[in-house]
Ligand binder design. Structure first.
Ligand code: FES
Length: 98
């Protein structure tokens, strides 16, 4: 599937029971926090702490940012292990909190 980013999207973040509509420039972390999901964010979205880790269950989360790639390499992340503060909502993306 070709990666692309739209200005708005509907995604799922388990264990939230409903699809979440997202628009604008929000990250997945922003969306998770605004929907009261229990997700870490010690560095406040700077991409350095990795407490906002999520797993991609379905869909394409797009390429890693440079800082996310550095953290992934350091910590041996699986391909579907991503940082919520570094990814943008993409239509149909389905994620799960650890
Ligand atoms: S909030 Fe720290 S890496 Fe995402």
């Amino acid at each position: 599937m070709k990666w692309f980013q739209k200005s708005s999207a509907t995604i799922r973040i388990e264990p939230h029971p409903k699809p979440l509509k997202i628009g604008g420039k929000e990250t997945v972390l922003d969306v998770a926090l605004s929907n009261k999901l229990d997700i870490g964010h010690t560095c406040e979205g700077m991409g350095s702490c990795t407490t906002c880790r999520v797993f991609v269950l379905d869909g394409d989360a797009g390429p890693r940012t440079e800082i996310e790639q550095e953290r992934a390499d350091e910590r041996g992340f699986a391909d579907n292990e991503r940082l919520a503060c570094q990814i943008k909502p993409i239509e149909g993306l389905k994620l799960k909190l650890p």
